[in-house]
Design a binder for this molecule. Structure first.
Ligand code: SAM
Length: 290
C-alpha cells in the first residue's frame, strides 16, 4: 500500500448495466451481482426500478438519474465515485444511453478519471436486428424520428439512399403514420420489419414490403399497441449502370458550382471512379433542370 493510496482512496467504478426489455429472465447473472454489490444505483426512474430490484431481492439504494437532472445530479454521483463508492447506472429498460439517459454521467465520469465498465445485456435494436433476416453486417440506428410528419419525412429523406439497414424506435401511437411516411419516402417495395413487444407475451415480428406492412398495421389495431422497433432494408442502386451514388452526385454538384460542365464531369470521374460519360450525362440533366 502506497502513501498516496492511503491518503486518497481508490476511486469507485461506474458500471453501465443493461436490464430486461420485457422478460425479466433476460437479466444476466453478472448484472444481478453488480446491482447487489454497488453502493448506489443511479436509475432513470427510481419507482420503476424499485419494482425490478424487489423482484430480485436487491436492497441497494436507488437515486434518480434522468434526462432532467442528469447534469446537476451527475456531480453528486461523480463525488460518490471519487470517494471510492461503486455506482451502477440503469435505465427503465435495456441498455442505458441507447435512447435513454446516461450520456452526460458517463462522459463526466470518464473525464474525471473514473473507470467506466459496461455490463452488456438486452437492447431492443440488437434483439430486433438479430431476428429480422435483414443484412446485419452494417446498419445504422436512427433512434426516435421527429414526432411531426414534416420533420419525420425530412429525416427519412436524409437516409433515403443509405445502403445500410436502417433501425428506428417508434412510439405505438405513431407507428402507423411512421410506416406510411416510410412508404412514401422509401417506396412501396422496400423490405421492412416491425418488431413489437420483444421478449413479451405478444411478441410479434412481421417482415413485409413497406406498403404491405403499413396496410397490415392499419388493418389490425392490436399492432398499434406496445413497444416497437422498425427495421428497413438499406437502399439498393437500381440494376445497371445508370444510377449515380449519392456521394458521386454530391461531388458533381460541388464541382459544377466551381467550373465548366465538362471539366466538372472529368474531375468528378477522377475523384469518384465513376465513368466520365455517366457523370457528363448527369451534369447535362442538371443543367436542363436548372
Ligand atoms: N434503452 C432501450 C434499449 O436498449 O433498447 C431503449 C429505450 S427507449 C426509451 C424505448 C424504446 O425502445 C421503445 O419506444 C421501443 O421503440 C424500443 N423498445 C424497448 N423495449 C422494446 C420491446 N420489448 N420491444 C420492442 N421495442 C422495444
Amino acid at each position: 500500500m502506497t502513501l498516496s493510496s492511503v491518503l486518497s482512496p481508490a476511486m469507485g467504478t461506474l458500471y453501465v448495466v443493461a436490464t430486461p426489455i420485457g422478460n425479466l429472465d433476460d437479466i444476466s447473472a453478472r448484472a444481478l451481482r453488480i446491482l447487489r454489490e454497488v453502493a448506489l444505483i443511479a436509475a432513470e426512474d427510481t419507482r420503476h426500478s424499485a419494482r425490478l430490484m424487489q423482484h430480485f431481492g436487491i436492497n441497494t439504494p436507488l437515486a434518480a438519474c434522468h434526462e432532467h437532472n442528469e447534469r446537476e445530479q451527475g456531480s453528486h454521483f461523480i463525488a460518490r465515485l471519487q470517494a471510492g463508492g461503486d455506482v451502477a447506472l440503469i435505465s427503465d429498460a435495456g441498455t442505458p444511453l441507447i435512447s435513454d439517459p446516461g450520456y452526460h454521467l458517463v462522459r463526466n465520469a470518464r473525464a474525471a478519471g473514473v473507470k467506466v465498465v459496461p455490463v452488456p445485456g438486452p437492447s431492443a435494436l440488437i434483439a430486433a436486428l438479430s431476428a429480422a433476416g435483414l443484412p446485419s453486417d452494417r446498419f445504422i440506428f436512427e433512434g426516435f424520428l421527429p414526432a411531426k410528419t414534416a420533420g419525420r419525412r425530412a429525416r427519412l429523406e436524409a437516409v433515403k439512399e443509405e445502403p445500410r439497414t436502417l433501425i428506428f424506435y417508434e412510439a405505438p401511437h405513431r407507428i402507423l403514420e411512421c410506416l406510411e411516411d416510410m412508404q412514401a419516402v422509401f417506396g412501396d417495395e422496400r423490405p421492412a420489419l416491425l418488431a413489437r413487444e420483444l421478449t413479451k407475451t405478444f411478441e410479434t415480428l412481421k417482415g413485409l414490403p413497406l406498403a404491405e406492412l403499413a396496410a397490415w398495421v392499419a388493418a389490425d389495431s392490436n399492432q398499434q399497441r406496445g413497444e416497437c422497433v422498425v427495421l428497413v432494408a438499406g437502399w439498393q442502386a437500381p440494376e445497371g449502370e445508370d444510377a449515380l451514388s449519392v456521394e458521386a452526385q454530391r461531388v458533381l454538384d460541388l464541382l459544377l458550382k466551381e467550373m465548366p460542365l465538362k471539366r466538372a464531369a472529368a474531375l468528378a470521374a477522377e475523384i469518384t471512379g465513376v465513368r466520365k460519360n455517366l457523370l457528363y450525362q448527369a451534369a447535362l440533366e442538371r443543367q436542363k433542370d436548372a
